[in-house]
Design a protein around this ligand. Structure first.
Ligand SMILES: *Cc1c(COP(=O)(O)O)cnc(C)c1O
Length: 370
């Protein structure tokens, strides 16, 4: 029996054709015409005026934080349970992540806990949509307005998802995407910042490219990195974007299949299929071991690997990261639901190239082990 990888992207549209165009025309760098086209189409898809493509989703968050002039001593509210890119973008500029526990059912940050964490130092809320359901956007936007805070929306896992019928990626002062191969749209590596604010967009363009001054080249007033995005990446992205709707539908099919096939297993909780504001898009199909199971996620993923099934455990909480503990951050902080998800959550093969046969086999193996 062949190993079933946790993710395999689908690249059988126009990817090859557009890539050949890059080779034939010689346009392979960030100066190539596909980059602007991809920025325009991707930002239009989420109703934004400007799109700034960067080398990955982590870079997109870093540029977003710097573009908003968040710095030394500022506080940014974010979930305790997320990818470290979110916290790194903040700590890199000397600002402090202020953490929020998760909602046990949706796995997103519990927005009802945000207000009590707002202080005079709070500059922004980082709203990270996780695993397939959006954060309760209206509550976050309401707080941001009330306290005059910026919103950074991390929509890395949300291409094609909506909140109350408006696209994810349309809500932040700045919103970001990733095009890593396990996202709904991939460019191998890649990311994008979207915004409606012209000044912010210009600042993001500068920050992604070493902060070259516009008037005199090779003269710099500020420091940043090289986060440029290539024409080759954009070629793949354009081909992927053409199929976004189809991809979202496929993800939802995978979600429905697994939910039906696994619903009789007692020791696990499955993703919430729908809320009042969104239908799950199943970025990946996550499973959380419940109180009836004594296993940890690491034990289950090991057993599944022995059965030829690729998996990943869920994210590890920010307050439990050794690197931040060494720095004395988050001392004695506890986030009960986030810690539970980090120890008991994992996801199973759910990439766009997954076949029905593979899904059946994954479900069989889960029944066997659990
Ligand atoms: C994937 C991801 C990122 C980082 O994207 P990269 O392209 O891998 O750097 C950031 N935030 C979330 C929520 C993600 O899922």
């Amino acid at each position: 029996m062949d190993f079933i990888p946790v993710n395999e992207p689908l690249l059988n549209g126009n990817e090859k054709k557009y890539l050949c165009e890059c080779i034939d025309t010689g346009w392979i760098s960030s100066e190539g015409p596909f980059v602007k086209e991809f920025e325009a189409k991707m930002s239009a898809a989420v109703n934004r005026k400007y799109g700034i493509a960067v080398s990955n989703g982590t870079a997109a968050l870093e540029v977003a934080v710097q573009a908003l002039n968040i710095g030394e001593g500022d506080e940014v509210i974010m979930p305790a349970f997320t990818i470290i890119s979110c916290a790194m973008a903040v700590t890199k500029v000397g600002a402090v992540p202020v953490l929020i526990d998760s909602d046990a059912d949706t796995w997103n940050m519990n927005v009802d806990e945000i207000e009590s964490k707002i202080t005079s130092k709070t500059k922004a809320i980082m709203m990270v949509h996780l695993y397939g359901l959006p954060v309760e956007v209206d509550k976050v936007l309401g707080l941001a307005k009330k306290y005059n805070l910026k919103v950074i929306e991390d929509a890395a896992e949300m291409h094609g998802q909506t909140y109350n019928e408006k696209p994810c990626g349309s809500f932040g002062d700045i919103s970001t995407f990733s095009f890593y191969p396990n996202k709904h749209i991939t460019t191998g590596e890649g990311g994008m910042i979207v915004t409606d604010d012209e000044e912010l967009a210009e600042r993001c363009c500068m920050l992604r490219n070493l902060c070259f001054r516009k008037d005199i080249r090779y003269v710099h007033d500020e420091i940043s990195d090289n986060y440029r995005f290539t024409n080759l990446q954009a070629a793949v992205g354009l081909a992927q974007l053409e199929r976004l709707e189809e991809f979202v539908e496929k993800k939802r099919r995978i979600g429905r299949f697994y939910t039906e096939a696994l619903s009789d297993i007692k020791g696990i909780n499955l993703p919430v299929a729908a809320t009042g504001y969104a239908d799950n898009i199943y970025w990946v199909y996550g499973i959380v071991l419940n109180k009836e199971s004594s296993l940890t996620n690491r034990e289950v993923t090991k057993l599944l690997a022995q059965e030829g099934v690729g998996t990943r455990t869920f994210f590890w909480c920010m307050h439990e990261q050794p690197v931040y503990q060494k720095q004395g951050l988050f001392r004695n902080e506890r986030y009960k639901n986030a810690e539970y998800l980090a120890r008991k959550g994992f996801y199973i093969p759910s990439g766009l190239a997954l076949t029905e046969e593979q899904m059946k086999s994954v479900a069989d193996k889960l029944h066997k082990i659990l």
